[in-house]
Ligand binder design. Structure first.
Ligand code: 4AD
Ligand code: MG
Length: 431
């Protein structure tokens, strides 16, 4: 709107008049003064209304304002060391845009279910605001990293004819008389991208019918998935660690204020520098055994196992070469030990669990075809994918980073549900 100043650039208006358009976050009263805490989406500022400085109607209007009423305040911007923004406003005029009904979210504590039911309003709270600003920075950093390194964005489809990550978590939908599935991962399409563009990536929503109610699983989450031609598992791990270091250091630099709001201990994140430790699945199992964790060799790691392993390190740890029996059909076997897959999971420190899954892909036509059959997957749906091994197959590798798990970790949250504007989980489809 004309003449509006945003709070994040209020410094330019020091000792000058400005108008802020926003919402009333909170108000304190004191004799002839009213202290309005106004937020405008870029920050908050205290606007002080003094009975001696404004006309009677304006002062009376203050007492009618309700939490989250939309307002425009005009006044002189003055420096104030105690203020979070470094400034406050001495109000000369106040305009009510729309008076809010009694706001359901007060500044006191509420239960999570209640807040989730009111997610469309909860987004306005300072913690949620900070989390989603960190999310934005993570996504911007992910894209910039690959854009700056010559990767081409190759968008993967959301309706797919086949599974990528196992058939148990597929969302099925009717598709003009036949079946389609919501994508679990853009990877298979990214392999086509890598063979066309050398280095490719996609970024989009992915879906898994996760029936488990854990603090790490959503049914709809966002993934960034790079894929590189002429790349092996070691090259893939090099890329993953360079990428994670970049994302974390950029968030620390650009979102310090938000991390402070979240009371995140950033010293834990400052360690996220290359090289990351690389251990094999067998070495990870040995850690569990040493810690007396009950674990069946050959199984996949559960959340608690991952926590025990990651607690041994002060930065992300890359666990490679899991048993191929528990991994997806497209993974290439280790030529030196056929029972293992050339894959890697990156586990975040501090018990935040797996944030990246990836590895080298099976590039041999016959081996891949047998794997598809062995996994009881419908061959016709994968003919196009096999073409990538028919026409100029090369060693190639890639990975997927889950955005929400990364936000959970960087913000230091206990549950993934607050890391996406409108979370989708088994028991949550609204708002
Ligand atoms: O390990 P995943 O299943 O790997 C893949 O989908 C590969 N096709 C990616 C690739 O190589 N291009 O998933 C990758 C990441 C996980 O490490 C995790 O961060 C996240 O996606 N993820 C989830 N995040 C939230 N909710 C869920 N249900 C998730 N499932 C996976
Ligand atoms: Mg995984």
């Amino acid at each position: 709107m004309k003449n509006t100043t945003y709070i994040d650039s209020i410094a330019e208006f020091k000792d000058k008049q400005a108008t802020i358009s926003g919402w009333l976050y909170n108000m304190r009263k004191g004799g002839k003064l009213r202290f309005l805490i106004v937020r405008d989406g870029t920050g908050t500022i205290q606007a002080v209304v003094s009975k001696t400085d404004v006309n009677e109607e304006v002062f009376a209007l203050c007492d009618e304002l309700t939490q989250e009423s939309s307002i425009r305040v005009t006044g002189k911007v003055v420096a104030d060391e105690r203020a979070p923004s470094g400034f406050e406003m001495q109000v000369s005029h106040l305009e009510l845009v729309s008076k809010a009904d009694e706001y359901p979210i007060s500044l006191k504590e509420h239960g999570t279910d209640f807040l989730m039911d009111n997610r469309h309003l909860w987004l306005r709270s300072s913690r949620q605001f900070a989390i989603l600003r960190v999310r934005h920075e993570i996504i911007a950093a992910c894209r910039a990293f690959f854009d700056d390194r010559g990767f081409t964005l190759v968008d993967a489809p959301i309706f797919t004819p086949n599974a990528c990550e196992g058939t148990t978590t597929l969302f099925e939908t009717e598709y003009f008389g036949s079946k389609a599935y919501l994508t679990q991962s853009g990877q298979l399409y990214q392999e086509a991208g890598a063979l066309a563009f050398g280095k490719a990536y996609c970024f989009g929503p992915t879906f898994r019918a996760e029936k488990s109610k854990t603090r790490r699983h959503l049914t709809e989450f966002w993934m960034i998935e790079p894929e590189v031609a002429f790349c092996d598992l070691d090259g893939d791990m090099d890329l993953a660690e360079e990428f994670l270091e970049y994302v974390v250091q950029r968030v620390l630099k650009n979102k310090a204020r938000e991390l402070a709001t979240l009371e995140r201990d950033v010293t834990k994140l400052q360690n996220v520098k290359r090289p990351f430790p690389r251990i094999s699945y067998d070495e990870a199992v040995a850690i569990l055994k040493k810690e007396n964790v009950e674990f069946q060799d050959g199984n996949d790691f559960g959340g608690t196992d991952e926590t025990v392993i990651s607690e041994k390190f002060d930065r992300p740890v890359m666990v490679h070469r899991y048993p191929s029996a528990i991994k997806a059909f497209y993974m290439k076997n280790d030529p030196t030990d056929f029972s293992k897959a050339l894959c890697v999971d990156v586990l975040a420190p501090e018990g935040y669990g797996e944030i990246i899954g990836g590895g080298q892909r099976e590039d041999d036509y016959d081996t891949l075809k047998n794997k598809i059959l062995h996994h009881n997957l419908p061959l016709e749906a994968f003919e196009w994918y096999l073409d990538l091994r028919r026409y100029g197959s090369v060693p190639h590798a890639g990975f997927g980073l889950g955005i929400e798990r990364t936000v959970t970790w960087l913000c230091g949250l206990s549950h993934v549900r607050e890391t996406i504007p409108f979370p989708r989980m088994m028991h949550r489809l609204r708002p």
